[in-house]
Design a protein around this ligand. Sequence first.
Ligand SMILES: C[S@@+](CC[C@H](N)C(=O)[O-])C[C@H]1O[C@@H](n2cnc3c(N)ncnc32)[C@H](O)[C@@H]1O
Length: 359
Amino acid sequence: MEKYIGRKIHHQPLFTSHNSQLTATTRTVMETSSQSPASKRPKLSTEATYDEVTLQKWQQGYTSSSNNDQTRLPLIDLRSKDAHAKNHLNDASSTIVHLPFDDLLSGERSCELPPRHVEFAIIIPADLDRNQVEDFFFATCSKATSQSRKPWLVRQVVQETNAVWEDATSLEMLSSGDDAHILPLPRLWKPDQMVEKILFPLLKQKLHVEKDDFVVWDLGSGAGRDVSFLAEELKHQTQLENSSRKVKIVGFDNHKGSSRRSLPLWKNRMVGDVTESRLLNLKNIILLEEGIREENGLACVYAIRYLNRRMIDYIATDAPLKSGCLFAMSHFCKEAGAEWNWDHPKVRNCRVMYSYFSI
Ligand SMILES: C[S@@+](CC[C@H](N)C(=O)[O-])C[C@H]1O[C@@H](n2cnc3c(N)ncnc32)[C@H](O)[C@@H]1O
């Protein structure tokens, strides 16, 4: 295995052909090359070091410098939709997610990338310029907002070559066609922990027991990840039970950007048919009440990191919710008198624990 230590300036194009004899080569990303002058490339992180690996090497795992554990990294396939339909990797014991690089560049699917502290691997399409990929993952400044940002932790790179598909065949990981209809799809992001660990099991149980339409509202849904998570998992439940019941998860927000971000996410996650985005100022209790009255089968209303005291008091007291409708909320909180050592959110936005227990 070839190792480069420290920051290295390459004097040759970074995009080199795959050498199947090598199991891994460590690369440190440069800011200058004979192909693209430094002035045209964004500033890249000094942490931008990754191993160039074969498929076998990725499958064997990666030893993280932070904890010395050997684990198989989640793998992102950056190839186009057409290339993916022809052939792709499929392995039930790994997390392999297809996110076409063009959709990341356009921003349409960047919210599906893992958090920036999670290490992962990528497959680079044969026809893609490596510099572009490095600029995207390792830039220290956002192109859109010019604000500084942490680079993503790409730790292994598999360069697509014929050898990759030969390896995939011998490792019995080769698949073709569209298997994306099998829900829930693997994901690299996490929903809110209360939604995943408490609300979803309750909803699953409720879905199983009740026979009516099943509607869930997310109040202040933002980018729509929690909606997506519940829609994927609940749709999966109805598929398992071979049920024709109508399940719908609705995201409410007063920001137009919410539906702009949520709708592509839900479509790409195969839940466009069971989700809906509604633009509403939730401070307007009259409109909220009208919405509740018009909705048949409202099984649950929840709010994550959106605290609107009037709305919560109204839901707890006067809202015309049917008996058995669940209400859940999750917000930053701490015990009374405890210190708050985080920069975000500010302590003034943090609730004191138990303050809502009496509603
Ligand atoms: C901190 S974000 C939380 C988003 C999402 N629930 C999450 O946990 O990622 C709060 C969301 O509430 C929305 N919001 C704020 N005031 C609102 C209002 N009056 N009516 C509807 N939505 C509102 C914001 O646009 C934003 O998307």
